[in-house]
Design a protein around this ligand. Structure first.
Ligand code: MRU
Length: 359
């Protein structure tokens, strides 16, 4: 099985080969490393919705390949340019709707549509457009790999005294196509010999911390300890956590951050215990069209994720459930946002606008 660029110990999240996208099935980890083959945009959208692939940058890259697959399929069967344009537009709409919170998904799909639109305006033929969309998806994936490396270095340099970290959900290689966001800093600190411990919150209800982050860190031989989410504040009170590092699914124009549910509770605990909360995310996660956290759509997932655990009932089946998958952390609780373009601190409308302004 192919490995992740920059983290050879971890299998690759995705790979594209001859019109098909192979996704590491993250629902089977850590027990089994198997891939799911997607040969249509609908199959990619289903894989995103069912969380075969998850994590903001990874679903953005997967969706880009989903659009490329739709174009290639029309080109293969000899369809017209008009059919190719209609096919990619339909694929884009379906992929865009697969999950609502991560801005990377919509951004990737929109970029692919723009590439297709520009090629049509240039008078490109069917096969040239399909080739161009595959190259565009490849370069989006390459961007995320390079961004991961840069963010890891910048985040590791941010707080020289940072030796014992706490992380939430999975913001590592499995959530991206490179080293990850928050975990890219963990890999970097480990390689520099500056990391003593990584506390990993299990991340109820889907256990991305336990199943994915602990798997990644174990594969890479990095010191880590798994905790239930609700132990985090106690570890901070004992002085065991130098910083909390998380990823993000969307950062609003005013700096509010949407990330895996539980991040806000960590931010409040960090504030109380004077522990810096650092958000590590590429600029593809920053959405200037969302004015603030209240305007970020929060995904509500199936009740079964909470009332069932390991195939057993964890609550009466009829229990009313509210399964919001993400929460909003207000900008003022974030010590710094680390992106591939640099570090933003403090977070606010002005600093976010400056980050997005081309140099
Ligand atoms: O529901 P998931 O597993 O897709 O949620 C993932 C997260 O919340 C990550 O922290 C976020 O996408 C950043 S990953 C680099």
């Amino acid at each position: 099985m192919a490995s992740t660029p920059g983290v050879s110990a971890v299998p690759a999240t995705l790979r594209y080969q001859q019109g098909a996208l192979f996704l590491l099935d993250q629902r089977r980890l850590p027990g089994r490393c198997v891939e799911v083959r997607c040969s249509s945009a609908t199959e990619v959208a289903t894989a995103i919705r069912d969380m075969v692939v998850r994590g903001a940058p990874a679903i953005g890259a997967a969706a880009a390949y989903g659009v490329a697959i739709a174009a290639r399929e029309v080109a293969r069967r000899g369809g017209s340019t008009a059919e190719l344009v209609a096919g990619t537009a339909a694929a884009a709409a379906e992929l865009r709707d697969a999950r609502p919170t991560a801005s990377n998904l919509a951004l990737a799909v929109d970029r692919m549509c723009a590439v297709a639109g520009a090629a049509v305006l240039d008078g490109a033929g069917r096969d040239t457009i399909a080739d161009g969309l595959e190259h565009a998806a490849d370069s989006l994936a390459r961007f995320e790999v390079e961004a991961s490396l840069r963010m890891g270095r910048l985040a590791a340099d941010l707080l020289p005294g940072m030796r014992s970290l706490l992380v939430h959900c999975n913001a590592g290689a499995l959530a991206t196509v490179g080293r990850g966001t928050a975990l890219a800093a963990v890999y970097e600190l480990f390689e520099l010999g500056r990391l003593t411990m990584t506390y990993v919150g299990e991340t109820r209800p889907r256990l991305q911390g336990a199943r994915l982050t602990a798997f990644e860190l174990a594969q890479a031989g990095i010191p880590h300890t798994l905790i239930v989410d609700s132990l985090a504040a106690t570890l901070m009170r004992r002085g065991l956590v130098d910083a909390v590092l998380v990823g993000a699914d969307r950062v609003a124009a005013n700096g509010d951050v949407a990330n895996k549910v539980g991040t806000y509770a960590l931010a409040v605990a960090c504030h109380h215990h004077r522990v810096p909360l650092i958000v590590v995310a590429p600029t593809t996660t920053v959405d200037p069209t969302c004015p603030d956290g209240a305007s970020i759509p929060i995904e509500v997932r199936d009740a079964a994720e909470i009332v069932m655990c390991g195939g057993e009932a964890a609550a009466p089946a009829s229990t009313p459930v509210l399964n919001e998958a993400f929460d909003i952390t207000p900008a003022h609780l974030v010590h710094a946002l680390v992106t591939e373009r640099g570090v933003v601190s403090p977070l606010g409308a002005e600093s976010i606008a400056a980050l997005l302004t081309p140099a």
